[in-house]
Ligand binder design. Structure first.
Ligand code: AQP
Length: 332
């Protein structure tokens, strides 16, 4: 069975995009792959995190995964910092990857923005840690969205360079797992921007912890245009907000955008938004109820993460020992 590694950052404001674009897909992957799901707290600290919030957000992400149906017995579920192999291999990869390769990473430029000189070295070297996350397990498959493709290419380059430099065939060549039509959920305030944890406007996203009234209110307030809903897919051209809301409806109802167009074409947004809110609440409520129960049960969630980390270390420690031998580190 092929081994998959996938991660999510505990940076707060976990939202519908994280659920539809990542967590929900993981639930289906667990039947076909040996899955390692990680709350990537080492990635989170590439930008400042308040320690108490980091702890709470780590538990929230773990709770969201379990509540959504990720089975922590069948899969490995843990937080990254509890397995030191990630940091250790990332350092080795810092010495394998070339500065020029990282300089080409567009996400660093986007995230560092105008304040490049003030960004942490960690944010710059983030893709090396991502390569280590995958290769510490010699995982062969990674489910990636469009935005992570460049980082995955870099992980492949690092694996190849390590193998070439040392004349070994040690790290596998990672393959992306294409998840069918990817759901890219856009901001409720701007259909051309991704729904994101770091958007300063809370109305731009549906948070996994939002209550029913808040979900209904945010969908009612979501930006639209004055036209009725289109009657064909071509009619969505140039209407990013309509396209986004219809695609969210399709994802939540497990149907296609065409089906949504057939049902709502030519209708007003007010009717559609009411139904969208109902579908969102119907989908999210059971997960949210379970999440609320779990986040209060620190012992249970921490126990799952601890146990998962132990299983994760059992896989990576022998691999890291082999890496040491390949490099020439002396083992007493
Ligand atoms: N809007 C989205 N639509 C679909 N999928 C999304 N993901 C994130 N936003 C959307 C997916 O969620 C997973 C977690 O990614 P992450 O924790 O590394 O965060 P991110 O990709 O940087 O995006 P966020 O959650 O919005 O955070 P910020 O604001 O920091 O950029 C990934 O699989 C991602 O594709």
């Amino acid at each position: 069975m092929s081994r998959i590694f996938s991660g999510i950052q505990p940076t707060g404001n976990l939202h519908l995009g994280n659920y539809l674009g990542a967590i929900r897909n993981w639930v289906s992957l667990q039947n076909d792959y040996e899955c390692i799901f990680c709350v990537v707290d080492l990635h989170a600290i590439t930008v400042w995190q308040d320690p108490a919030e980091l702890r709470a957000n780590t538990r929230e992400v773990a709770a969201a995964m379990i509540a959504s149906g990720v089975d922590p017995k069948k899969n490995i579920l843990f937080n990254q910092s509890q397995n030191p192999s990630h940091s250790e291999l990332a350092w080795i990869f810092n010495c394998v990857a070339r500065l020029g390769w990282l300089n080409r990473m567009t996400q660093f430029k986007e995230k560092a923005g105008k304040h490049k000189e003030n960004a942490s070295i960690g944010l710059f070297a983030y893709p090396n840690l991502m390569a280590a996350d995958i290769l510490a397990y010699r995982a062969t498959h990674v489910p990636v969205g469009e935005d992570q493709k460049q980082h995955l290419e870099l992980a492949r380059d690092i694996a190849q360079k390590f193998n070439n430099d040392f004349g070994v065939d040690f790290f596998p060549i990672i393959e992306p797992v294409i998840m069918g039509e990817a759901t890219r959920v856009m901001s409720l305030r701007d259909g051309s921007a991704k729904m994101s944890k770091s958007d300063p406007s809370d109305n731009s996203r549906i948070n996994m912890v939002d209550d029913v009234d808040t979900i209904v209110k945010k969908i009612r307030k979501a930006k639209t245009d004055p036209e009725p809903l289109p009657t064909s897919k071509e009619g969505l051209e140039g209407r990013p907000e309509a396209a986004n809301l219809m695609s969210i409806f399709a994802a939540l109802s497990d149907c296609t955008v065409e089906d949504v167009i057939t049902r709502y074409g030519d209708q007003q947004f007010s009717v559609f938004k009411q139904d969208l809110a109902d579908v969102a609440v119907e989908n999210l409520s059971p997960i949210q109820n379970e999440m609320r129960r779990l986040v209060d049960d620190h012992d249970y969630v921490d126990g799952i993460l601890r146990e998962g980390a132990g299983r994760a270390r059992a896989i990576t420690e022998p691999i890291i020992r082999e890496v040491h031998d390949v490099i020439g580190f002396l083992r007493a």
